[in-house]
Design a protein around this ligand. Structure first.
Ligand code: ACO
Length: 426
């Protein structure tokens, strides 16, 4: 409770509504009691609705703050590792050395997928979008791990969490290998998480792949920057699916499906497609004109965010990483120049300023992924891989606490009751 109370007046009725305070962020008004008075609340897109209580991630969109378990994303991205961030999200605290070693050991124990799983891939067309394949394969994991699907058992939940984090890089790399017709590469557990992923992506039975530490660090940072983001669309989807007591693999598959859309995780792919479409710096003005023309339906992909109305702190680190990686590799990517020009024009344009539209995490990630050698249609798969610990942490948090099945109501505006007329009489 916050000690404050809200009062809702509807006609001559007055409804007292309790209020709660978090440790950070706005107070919330508990609107449950309006149901007993015969009302629903109405908030399409959940613009002002706190759907749950959570201790995992905090965002202040006006100040551009993102904290995981209290730690600023800038510090985690530059000083931590992805595996450590996974531990933090799942357990609430940073691990000590023994805990970290144990966590790494457990992850390494589960990097391989069931040998049978490769036959799932073979059921897909080689030119299928890797997100379609990943969604199917992750959902199929529940068919392989019957031994640990009791969601009421904390040990089962824990082992499912470890399995998912450990297997996602293997599954993602297999999506790529399948699409290019190369043999799957087994994980090599002496490597760290991100190096292992890069090797599974780029090694072949004929040529081993020597991992470039700059690329491995960049990959790790990309995973960290995607690891969690509070109650976004895919995480809310995971929670919603989880609220029915569905198993964790099914819930994460639901999250992957929600992430795929270009308004969410699919934006990283859409940014590079947009840059290719623009072509050269001289076409930028014309493109921005189209974006501002509502009848054209063109959006500046990688710009705008439901919560960040100042800047996306992840975009800042991503841009810095982008510069570091391209400099270290000696790459001069004309698309980076194009992206910077686009950013400069947009940030000085009244249309974007008045709507508080700033670059989001996806604006720069694609350029780094391209430099690493990740193909365009795999970008969202990388996002899904990175977001997995966040999804699981939220699922775990929900299941470990009292919850109700998520069942929103609606403002019905369809036909009122009428009688059926038989086909012959219509
Ligand atoms: N380009 C042009 N105009 C935009 C953009 C954009 N990228 N984003 C928002 N706007 C405009 C809207 O048309 C609207 O204009 P209006 O007030 O004149 O009608 C105004 O800005 C407010 O936008 P909304 O759509 O109401 O904002 P909302 O919070 O619902 O949407 C979203 C946020 C979906 C991210 C949106 O900004 C968008 O589509 N961006 C491009 C896709 C993208 O980069 N997605 C990645 C998000 S981050 C992530 O998932 C990792």
């Amino acid at each position: 409770m916050s000690g404050k109370q809200a009062k809702l007046t509807v006609g001559d009725q007055s409804i007292d509504l309790p209020m709660y305070s978090g440790t950070l962020g706005p107070d919330v008004i508990d609107v449950k009691d309006v149901l007993a008075k015969g009302f629903f609340t109405y908030d399409p897109g959940f613009m002002a609705t706190a759907s749950c209580e959570s201790k995992i991630t905090f965002i202040d969109g006006d100040k551009g703050i993102l904290l995981h378990r209290g730690y600023p994303i800038e510090q985690l991205a530059t000083q931590s590792t992805y595996e450590e961030v996974c531990y933090l999200l799942l357990n609430g605290e940073l691990p000590n050395q023994a805990q970290m070693q144990d966590f790494r050991h457990r992850i390494k124990n589960h990097t391989m997928v069931h040998e049978q799983l490769q036959f799932f891939y073979r059921g897909f067309r080689r030119d299928a979008h890797p997100m379609a394949v990943m969604c199917g394969v992750v959902g199929a994991l529940s068919a392989f791990y019957h031994d640990s699907l009791d969601i009421r058992n904390p040990e089962h939940r824990q082992i499912s969490a470890i399995r998912l984090i450990a297997k996602m890089p293997t599954i993602a790399a297999m999506c790529y290998k399948y699409s290019v017709g190369q043999p799957f590469v087994y994980p090599k557990n002496e490597l760290d998480y991100s190096s292992n992923f890069l090797r599974m992506m780029f090694a072949t039975p004929c040529d081993d792949y020597e991992v470039n530490p700059i690329l491995a660090r960049a990959m790790d940072r990309i995973f960290i920057l995607h690891a969690d983001h509070e109650q976004n669309a895919s995480t809310s989807t995971v929670r919603m699916a989880g609220s029915t007591d569905a198993n964790p693999f099914a819930c994460i598959a639901a999250g992957i499906a929600a992430l795929w859309g270009p308004s969410h995780g699919g934006a990283n792919e859409a940014v590079l497609r947009m840059l290719s479409e623009i072509g050269t710096v001289k076409n930028v003005d014309d493109f921005v004109r189209r974006v501002k023309d509502k009848s054209d339906g063109t959006k500046l992909m990688g710009f705008g965010h439901r919560v960040y109305k100042n800047f996306d702190p992840r975009a800042k680190v991503m841009k810095q990483t982008c510069d570091e990686v391209l400099t270290a590799l000696g790459i001069q990517d004309p698309q980076l120049e194009l992206a910077m020009k686009l950013e400069e024009i947009a940030l000085n344009d009244e249309y974007f300023i008045s709507r508080k539209l700033y670059p989001n995490v996806d604006f720069y990630s694609g350029i780094i992924l391209k430099a690493i050698g990740i193909p365009l249609n795999l970008f969202t798969v990388i996002f899904a891989l990175g977001r997995t610990p966040g999804w699981i942490a939220h699922w775990q948090e929900m299941i470990a606490n009292p919850y109700k099945i998520a069942r929103p109501r609606q403002l019905y505006t369809g036909a009122v009751q009428r009688d059926y007329v038989s086909l012959q009489q219509r």
